[in-house]
Design a protein around this ligand. Structure first.
Ligand code: ADP
Length: 432
């Protein structure tokens, strides 16, 4: 390809040649006109190519424009390469940007980006759900106009973001606890990270309640025991009185022992997440054991019936099954007034599932309590439970044992008439 100077020299020579030929043949005016005409050829060529370039630029199709010849070819070629590279760069930046957005959207935490005026620049779907925001609607709105909780407004105002902020009763049902923290980034911008801590808060509250309950349950018998000891220390009691006091002290100690035993059983059950083993438990033998204990507890005050519709084996952990069955029978006897009736039954239902049910003619339980009966220390009638030696942990234990055996605990009750507690075992745990 010719260089620019060579092209310039060739053009000037051509212009002179044309002017000379025209001058010698047609006179001076024709000579000047021919010289100018030759000189304007590259101008026309450039104008045509500029017009093409303008058209392709307007149509955003620079990459596909055909390359002209001459020095415009290089300009078009370089421009095409530049546009192509720029588009590639834009596409890769867009892809990266989308990946960041996708990653932020996949985060289990709420994320809000605030500009230097605390206006929302971007937020993910979780943050929208937590705060009832809509990114499309609320973009560039000041966040403290949208989240109006005083503690949050204060937090933003004070700008002490080293500590997180706990927001309770958030979300649509006002049932969420959210932990929020602002992190500075870029040019006076802030990233708000919001974590749902509802379950953790609930677990913490349960743990606190549990410790308070255990302390309370232990303190009562200890206080009574100490009272007796002080009395025995300060008073000169005769043998009969001393024996009476010892008996009362024994019953308090027994109460503490039952509580500690139940707590240990519960702790063991909770620690063991594996399904119960498949040891064969003979239902007839098991029912005979429970019947003996029940008769000893009732002392003839109730009419007791033990029925086995289908003798078979239940596959499970024998100690746990015995504990669950006796808990239900013991409760029925403890809560049913004298002369009442308690029926314990074992049967196989139409689906082949094994059912152990205990029906009593006791006081029954109002429906609002039913869902909470298996919570630790939940009692309908506190004093009745204590008077009959209850720890408030019996049904929580039964429920755990049921879970370990893939069994269901069902409670039906009519206040004033009585209750039926049923444990339903899957047919895979029943054998002949
Ligand atoms: P407790 O040691 O207090 O009996 P449980 O966990 O065994 O604890 O039972 C929880 C509560 O359920 C009891 O306090 C009692 O109010 C109620 N309850 C359990 N079984 C019966 C029943 N057969 N009849 C009436 N109420 C019952």
């Amino acid at each position: 390809m010719l260089s620019a100077i060579t092209r310039f020299i060739v053009l000037i020579s051509l212009a002179f040649l044309a002017a000379y030929i025209a001058l010698s043949n047609l006179g001076p005016s024709a000579g000047i006109a021919s010289g100018i005409a030759v000189l304007s050829i590259p101008l026309i060529y450039s104008y045509v190519n500029l017009a093409r370039l303008r058209r392709f630029t307007l149509e955003d199709s620079v990459e596909s424009m055909p390359l002209p010849s001459g020095y415009w070819e290089e300009i078009f070629f370089r421009l095409q390469r530049l546009v192509r590279n720029l588009k590639l760069q834009i596409r890769s930046t867009e892809q990266q940007h989308n990946r960041f957005i996708e990653a932020f959207q996949a985060s289990p935490n709420g994320i809000v980006m605030l500009d230097d005026q605390d206006q929302i620049e971007w937020c993910n779907a979780i943050a929208e759900r937590f705060f009832g925001l809509s990114f499309k609607r609320d973009v560039l709105q000041r966040i403290n106009f949208l989240i109006r909780r005083p503690e949050f407004v204060q937090y933003l105002y004070k700008r002490q973001f080293e500590e997180p902020l706990l927001l309770e009763r958030m979300g649509q049902g006002a049932n969420l606890s959210l932990m929020l923290q602002a992190f500075p980034f870029g040019d006076k911008r802030h990233l708000l990270l919001i974590q749902d801590v509802t379950d953790k808060q609930r677990a913490d509250a349960m743990r606190r309640d549990f410790v308070a309950n255990v302390s309370h349950e232990m303190r009562t018998p200890i206080t009574v025991l100490m009272g007796f000891l002080e009395t025995m220390q300060s008073l000169d009691l005769d043998k009969t009185q001393q024996n009476q006091y010892f008996e009362m002290m024994m019953s308090q100690a027994q109460r503490m022992k039952s509580l500690v035993e139940d707590l240990l059983t519960l702790a063991n059950l909770e620690a063991n997440t594996l399904p119960a083993p498949m040891k064969a438990i003979n239902i007839s033998t098991l029912m005979a054991l429970i019947k003996n204990d029940a008769e000893a507890l009732s002392q003839g005050r109730h009419s007791l019936h033990f029925e086995i519709a289908t003798p078979c084996n239940l596959m499970g952990e024998d100690r746990e099954i015995l504990s669950a069955f006796s808990n239900l029978v013991t409760n029925a006897i403890r809560y049913t007034p004298d002369a009442g009736q308690v029926i314990a039954q074992w049967s196989i239902n139409d689906q082949g599932q094994g059912e152990f049910s205990v029906t009593d003619t006791g006081p029954g339980i109002a429906s609002e309590h039913l869902a909470r009966l298996t919570e630790r220390f939940y009692r309908v009638d506190r004093s009745r439970s204590r008077d009959t030696g209850g720890t408030g942990l019996g049904l929580a234990i039964v429920k755990h044992i049921a879970n370990r055996h893939q069994a269901q605990l069902m409670i039906e009750s009519t206040p004033g008439k009585g209750s039926t507690f049923t444990l339903r075992f899957p047919k895979e745990r029943i054998t002949d």
